[in-house]
Design a protein. Structure first.
Length: 400
């Protein structure tokens, strides 16, 4: 039931339930990544085929990002509910058979669901949290997605493939049930203006702040994805084993979770978002140069941990700035930002992959690409005090 008194409170229970489902989508996405060789033998297919069990996710995200943003702005709760249900259904489908076709069918369902959930990283805080709480909510929701990646890496190393699939299905069903119950609460905050579909999309894209964030986010997102994708083969010539590389990647993502939970909140409270993103960019450039000229386990440990702490928070910072600037089109703005990030990941990872047998060239390329983020850093006018972009739901006649 909607609040009936002025100044509705933040509904953190809804944010928490949403964050859990977001983490589960990442867990399901990367289920096969830590056990690519084992899964290839199990299903009798190539390792490249197993790669498609993860590659279907960014491909579908590119297709669905904008429609999902439109849907979230108009029908937030039904869209989230559909995403949670499809996630649980896909996880269960993976257990329906013991062949590659069944695995691909289940992954495809989860890939269709992922945009419906992850794109709402800023829309849910915008509707359920007070303005002063939204940076914390966006940071927490962003951190949860990386926590899901950690869970996938850990699960793949300690249990069998079948057990991992069972755990994923149970987690997805329970998370979906919790979110469906939480979504019975109506949003406490509604946009000042009702979402207007394609017109809001045009307005969001014409918004100079949103457009600038779309230019910024592909670079850190792409560099991080390239490092996690090619880190092991690029460090192998320096004597870093596959197990050691896996530990570096796990620490990288773990550091990213900590960074996403702390850095954006600190930066928003002090209006230091620009400085926080700048620090992440410069540290990543130095880290890539260090890995290129002095590769090894020690330099890898320092570089991957520091990059995780300072670079990954750029995503929730960008989402928070975009949400603040977009008003009633928070879902569309988030869709545009996520779309730009996914495209950046595909392009940067693909380009870096052409130099996988030339580690120095690959790391120098990633350093150069990361520097391209500097002209797109958020301007001071984008970081002005939050204006009122939402109103209490109690003053509205309807709630999406």
């Amino acid at each position: 039931m909607a609040d009936t008194v002025p100044g509705p409170r933040s509904r953190w229970a809804v944010l928490a339930a949403f964050a859990v489902v977001g983490a589960v989508t990442q867990l399901l996405w990367l289920t096969y990544a830590p056990v690519t060789t084992v899964a290839a033998h199990h299903y009798g297919v190539s390792e490249a085929a197993i790669g498609w069990l993860a590659n279907v996710f960014p491909l579908w995200y590119v297709v669905l990002a904008i429609p999902t943003g439109l849907a979230l702005d108009r029908w937030l709760r039904p869209t989230l509910a559909l995403g949670a249900i499809l996630t649980a259904l896909g996880a269960c489908v993976r257990l329906a058979g013991d062949d590659f076709g069944t695995a691909l069918a289940g992954q495809t369902l989860v890939a269709l669901a992922q945009p419906l959930v992850v794109t709402a990283t800023s829309a849910v805080p915008a509707r359920y949290l007070r303005p002063e709480d939204r940076p914390k909510g966006i940071a927490a929701a962003s951190a949860s997605t990386f926590a899901g990646m950690i869970a996938a890496f850990l699960l793949g190393t300690v249990v069998s493939l079948h057990t991992a699939l069972v755990v994923g299905a149970v987690a997805a069903v329970l998370a979906a049930g919790v979110l469906l119950v939480a979504l019975r609460a109506r949003p406490g905050f509604l946009p000042e203006l009702a979402p207007a579909g394609l017109r809001d999309f045009r307005d969001a894209w014409r918004n100079p702040v949103v457009r600038r964030m779309c230019l910024l986010v592909p670079i850190p997102f792409g560099t991080f994805t390239a490092l996690t994708t090619w880190g092991q083969p690029l460090l192998e010539p320096a004597g870093v084993s596959a197990d050691q590389a896996g530990l570096l990647l796990l620490l990288n993502v773990t550091a990213g979770v900590v960074g996403c939970a702390v850095v954006p909140v600190w930066a928003a409270a002090r209006s230091r978002q620009r400085q926080a993103v700048l620090a992440g960019v410069l540290v990543t450039v130095v880290g890539c140069l260090l890995l290129g000229f002095a590769p090894g386990l020690g330099t890898g440990l320092v570089s991957f941990v520091v990059i995780g702490v300072l670079l990954l928070p750029a995503l929730p910072i960008v989402l928070e700035i975009s949400e603040r600037a977009s008003g009633p089109a928070a879902g569309i703005a988030a869709g545009l930002v996520w779309l730009a990030g996914q495209l950046g990941a595909l392009v940067v990872t693909g380009v870096a992959g052409t130099l996988v047998h030339a580690p120095l060239g690959a790391f120098l390329l990633l350093a150069a690409i990361t520097l391209l983020a500097l002209p797109a850093l958020p301007r001071p006018d984008a970081l002005a005090s939050r204006t009122s972009t939402s109103r209490p739901a109690s003053s509205a006649t309807s709630s999406p």
